[in-house]
Design a protein around this ligand. Sequence first.
Ligand SMILES: C[S@@+](CC[C@H](N)C(=O)[O-])C[C@H]1O[C@@H](n2cnc3c(N)ncnc32)[C@H](O)[C@@H]1O
Length: 274
Amino acid sequence: MTGPTDTIAPTTPQQQQRSGCCALVAGEVAFAGSGPGDPDLLTLKVARALNDADVILFDRLVSAEILALAGAQAVLEDVGKEGFGPQISQDEICRRLVAHAQAGKKVLRLKSGDPTLFGRLDEELSACEAAGLGYQIMPGITAASAAVAGIGQSLTQRGRNASVRFLTGHDMKGFADHDWAALARPGEVAAIYMGKKSSRFVQGRLIMHGADRATPMTIIENASRADQRVIETTLDRLPTDLAAAQLTGPALTFLGLAPRASAQALSDLTMELA
Ligand SMILES: C[S@@+](CC[C@H](N)C(=O)[O-])C[C@H]1O[C@@H](n2cnc3c(N)ncnc32)[C@H](O)[C@@H]1O
């Protein structure tokens, strides 16, 4: 039997993932999550990796305060991609990761939030595997966790929703399709990433599948950062209120969640009317 402290010797790049160890390795790549922006939400492991890395390839949403924690020796490369805007190609990012690791550098690939969510991690892992390079993955706090904390709610609640979905508003083909019939059911909760441009599409699909127009929707811009903003709305008013807010930062939209004070007021009113 394998005990909790036993390890299996790595043989292939896949097996070389060092989930329990924190040091970066020369000639390998660490894929790390920088969290939602507040440096206090960075894990100690990622903070140490920032200090230790020779080369850091970072995404657009990694905050300046976090990049400031990089060691003096680190070369910082901005490989950020705008949703629908100017692009550095995924192939070029993969090429650079491999080239730096093959040159014997300690490479840190820093993505916002958690690297396993909407971060095109698999393409980069495959590039490492194809080149025979070792890698490790360092988790981070995803935007949904920071955003839900910002409105004093829970992602799941006994008696309301026993599951929660993480959706993207768009994918590489355009607006992303989902199980709209399931999402339209009362009590459903979903965290919609990259949902600003797709808000009218999401609204239309949900209403078409029978969702109540009064379903609470909350948009949290710059979750966890000093300039965090919360826009409370309903499915009916989602595109209108979103446009009026003129958001410029990253924003996450919750389907089925209102900020805690409003949710409480609504449930008090429902009890009074019953
Ligand atoms: C490419 S996805 C990356 C998600 C990231 N891997 C994560 O786990 O949070 C980028 C989207 O995440 C959301 N996002 C990231 N940081 C955010 C923040 N501080 N506040 C609100 N939304 C954020 C936005 O929807 C943004 O368009």
